[in-house]
Design a protein around this ligand. Structure first.
Ligand code: NAD
Ligand code: UDP
Length: 310
């Protein structure tokens, strides 16, 4: 049994991770400022003697003792991270320094949740970890993309200079129950639109692609990456099955049984054309592979959103 800090623990991914770690018998300290996280995501964990919740903004230093830090705190959807871009950058830079400082002092091993966004609008396809990316440093996504790139560099340099044990994962689009309904990401938008019989909003012509990983698969990847001793990463974690947004809309309509139509809206600036992980490294290093296909994952996600609408 270990004492494990989860920053961003009240968010979508963080709440599933807290739950999984508690189920494995660990003590969990959930740290969150509730910017994009929600109390409802962790309400069922309150009262568990192994669970502790701290309302804290990681841009401020944090002092506690633990063995492991899963570092997830950062708004993740374009709507959330563009709400206050400077704050997003501070969270990924100053916040990252604070969490690495914590890892160094404890000492604790830290897993950093980076993103496929470090590849920007990629001109290598599918994306391998050794691809350096194509990011617009001044565009509307840069507060997130560049913040995450600096965060990776900080992790690597704390590792090299101070022997901090770091693990870096690059997460590709992940979905599932507890994604905030209003966060503007495509899966939450499409499902809620379908359940409300509203048109599904396709940005652009809908031929852009993403590869969608179900949350339980991703969390399994986090644990395997944290506990292996061979590689600091980065390692891509995502589902290598690539879909266009038109295909995704069709799948959501099928799973919900909705009669919604599709409408087109303007494509946001710098929206990546294609995104698909090469997961050879995760397969080799972690013996990891997503198990949940899109339809199965969508069914579970739709069930969750139905209950929120009741
Ligand atoms: P989320 O917005 O649901 O969770 C992020 C959590 O961090 C929220 O609970 C939020 O309140 C908290 N937070 C934000 N800024 C904070 C701060 N300064 N101090 C303390 N807490 C703060 O998003 P998510 O989808 O669960 O993403 C979790 C992590 O995974 C993020 O770092 C994100 O960049 C990364 N990621 C997610 C995806 C995905 O598809 N879900 C893809 C790539 C990377
Ligand atoms: N998208 C869309 N309709 C929506 C929301 C998003 O067509 O209502 C598109 C968006 O333009 C992008 C893709 O879906 O091409 C994924 O968007 P999301 O915000 O979920 O993730 P990201 O762009 O960060 O991968």
């Amino acid at each position: 049994m270990a004492t494990i800090t989860v920053t961003g623990g009240a968010g979508f991914l963080g709440s599933h991770l807290c739950e999984r770690l508690l189920n494995e018998g660990h003590d969990v300290i959930c740290v969150d400022n509730f910017f994009s996280g929600r109390k409802a995501n962790i309400a069922h964990l309150i009262g568990n003697p192994a669970f502790e919740l701290i309302r804290h903004d990681i841009v401020q230093p944090l002092y506690l003792e633990c063995d492991r830090i899963y570092h997830l705190a950062c708004p993740a959807s374009p709507v959330a991270y563009q709400f206050n871009p400077i704050k997003t950058i501070k969270t990924s830079t100053v916040g990252m320094v604070n969490m690495l400082g914590l890892a160094k002092r404890c000492p604790a091993r830290l897993l950093h949740t980076s993103t496929s966004e470090v590849y920007g609008d990629p001109d290598v396809h599918p994306q391998t970890e050794d691809y350096w990316g194509n990011v617009n440093p001044l565009g509307p996504r840069s507060c997130y993309d560049e913040g995450k790139r600096v965060a990776e560099s900080l992790c690597m340099n704390y590792h090299l200079a101070h022997d901090v044990e770091v693990r870096i994962v690059r997460i590709f689009n992940t979905y599932g129950p507890r994604m905030a309904p209003d966060d503007g990401r495509v899966i939450s938008n499409f499902i809620l639109q379908a359940l409300r019989s509203e048109p599904l909003t396709i940005y652009g012509d809908g031929t852009q692609t993403r590869s969608f990983c179900f949350v339980s698969d991703l969390i399994e990847g986090f644990l395997r990456m944290m506990e292996q001793n061979d590689d600091v990463g980065p390692v891509n974690l995502g589902n290598p099955v690539e879909n266009t947004m038109l295909e995704l809309a069709q799948a959501v309509i099928e799973v919900t049984g909705s009669k919604s139509k599709l409408i087109h809206e303007p494509l946001p600036k710098d929206d990546p054309r294609r995104r698909c992980p090469d997961i050879s490294k995760a397969r080799r290093l972690l013996n990891w592979e997503p198990q949940v296909d899109l339809k199965t994952g969508l069914h579970q996600t739709v069930e969750y959103y139905r209950t929120t609408l009741e």
